[in-house]
Design a protein around this ligand. Structure first.
Ligand code: SAH
Ligand code: SF4
Ligand code: F3S
Length: 456
């Protein structure tokens, strides 16, 4: 059968890196002549791009896979692929667990999908999990949005947080060159994209592995330098970046964000715990005092900045008092958004082997308590938007109300207002906020916002 008439489906689990990888793999498949199928049951190639950050993320994959493996017995030419972080973690053993699989490929191999598939079509069962230098992608990603886009700037992570599988599955840090990043952004601008989110697991590490340093001994390429380098890309109106690490976050970066009009006043800086002993056990390399100082500095430069973060509750050995320190931090900072999780022991990480694990009941009790506080604080933070005019970049129609469109403020709040998506998609609109909820806003359009002038 030629690939011309064949269809593919991708289901993506996990973080923004995985979403970006899926878009690139979809681009490869379309380049090979495959056509997108929304329903996995109707696809000839089914790819699961997987996440292993917590046990429940991993279990979800096995239940999806089971269904497709069964289908393969009726349809032997079905090609089944597991990509991403579970693939990297499990490797060969995935084939033993699900012998129907054709291809198991780690995240570093996403750009090699075409080569790997050719080996599969030649009759091989393939496992690609060895560490590789990540090649620049020469195909065009198939992007989910026409307005906002992810752009990888650094792959991998060299930290060793004691709970985390990411360094095991994503490998060592590899920065793309500023020129490659800018070239991708220029193409995006020409294609009509308006917003770019620069991605890295530890984006503050950007450039450390690239050659060159300044006379003062600073790396020549830092995230701050990169922001200045890409800031004037035509047609890109907004720039965001994630994820920031409190250990490496600099005032120089904050000053650049305040100075550069396209960089949104939105910071995603996970703190994980508000207790210094737990932070130490996690090997995070900062104290809660340092974290608080970072937020104070951001608010000094940009009083209205939106702050989001991640936190883990129920880390091994966490006492009620230590958990309260995390609650205190949430209370004091007032996050616009906080992703919370109960600690999940992961194979191959140090903390999983410790004997001071908390019970599931204790962890889920703390999770409920923190989530309750998080929504109260987010609702308080939303109040400041009431009656204000916000700049909203329109992305899609509101799936629940076709008369409304959905976009985001510069602070990343979801915002709904009455309007025609055909006319407004990709527009920056001034919206007067008339209703506020914990994590979203409703308003009415009062005008078209002025684009940021190119060049600063
Ligand atoms: N690089 C980012 C986070 C990557 S993982 C950082 O350094 O913050 C995304 C989030 O998943 C983490 O911020 C953490 O809150 C959560 N997480 C990671 N490992 C976890 C584990 N074993 N159990 C529970 N949550 C975990
Ligand atoms: Fe994981 Fe820590 Fe790296 Fe983040 S910085 S990806 S939490 S090891
Ligand atoms: Fe999950 Fe891998 Fe991202 S483990 S959170 S998909 S880096």
């Amino acid at each position: 059968m030629t690939s011309q008439s064949r269809r593919y489906h991708i289901t993506t689990f996990g973080c923004q890196m995985n979403k970006a990888d899926s878009e690139r793999m979809a681009g490869v498949l379309e380049d090979m002549g495959f056509i997108w199928s929304e329903a996995p049951e109707q696809a000839d190639v089914v790819l699961y791009n997987t996440c292993t950050i917590r046990d429940n993320a991993e279990q979800k994959v096995y239940s999806y896979l089971g269904r497709q493996a069964k289908r393969k017995h009726q349809q032997p030419d079905l090609t089944l692929i597991v990509a991403g972080c579970v693939a990297q973690q499990e490797g060969e053993s995935l084939l033993r667990r699900v012998p129907e699989l054709d291809l198991v490929m780690g995240p570093q191999h996403a750009n090699r999908l075409k080569d790997l598939l050719e080996q599969v079509f030649n009759g091989n069962q393939v496992v690609a999990t060895e560490p590789v230098h990540i090649f620049e992608d020469i195909t065009k990603p198939r992007r989910d949005s026409e307005v906002t886009a992810w752009v990888n700037v650094i792959y991998g992570c060299n930290e060793r947080c004691t709970y985390c599988v990411v360094p095991n599955v994503r490998g060592v840090e590899q920065s793309r060159t500023p020129e490659a990043i800018r070239a991708e952004m220029e193409t995006l601008g020409q294609q009509g994209f308006k917003e770019v989110t620069l991605l890295g697991q530890n984006i503050d590490a950007y450039g450390r592995d690239l050659p060159g340093s300044t006379p003062e001994g600073r790396h020549l390429h830092t995230l701050t330098d990169l922001l200045y380098f890409v800031h004037d890309v035509p047609s890109i109106e907004r720039i965001r970046f994630a994820t920031s690490h409190p250990r490496y976050f600099t005032e120089r970066l904050i000053a650049a964000c305040a100075e550069l009009p396209k960089v949104c006043e939105h910071f995603h800086i996970p703190f994980q715990s508000g207790d210094n002993d737990i932070l130490k056990a996690m090997s995070r390399g900062y104290t809660h005092e340092r974290y608080r100082r970072i937020i104070d500095t951001i608010r000094r430069y940009m009083p209205d900045a939106a702050i989001s973060a991640d936190a883990i509750v129920g880390f091994p050995g966490e006492t009620e008092e230590q958990f309260q320190h995390t609650m205190d931090l949430v209370e004091d900072i007032g996050f616009d958004l906080l992703n919370t999780a109960a600690y999940s022991p992961r194979p191959g990480t140090p903390a999983a082997a410790w004997d001071n694990q908390l019970s599931e009941e204790e962890k889920s009790d703390r999770l409920q308590r923190i989530n309750h506080l998080v929504s109260i604080k987010a609702a308080e933070r939303s109040q400041r938007y009431f009656d204000r005019v916000e700049e909203v970049l329109v992305e899609v129609q509101n799936s629940k109300d076709p008369n409304q469109v959905m976009g985001r403020t510069r602070g990343n709040r979801l915002t709904f207002f009455t309007g025609d998506i055909a006319e407004l998609k990709g527009q920056l609109v001034k919206v007067k906020i008339t209703e506020v909820r914990a994590f979203s806003l409703t308003g009415e359009a009062v005008g078209v916002a002025q684009a940021v002038p190119v060049g600063v």
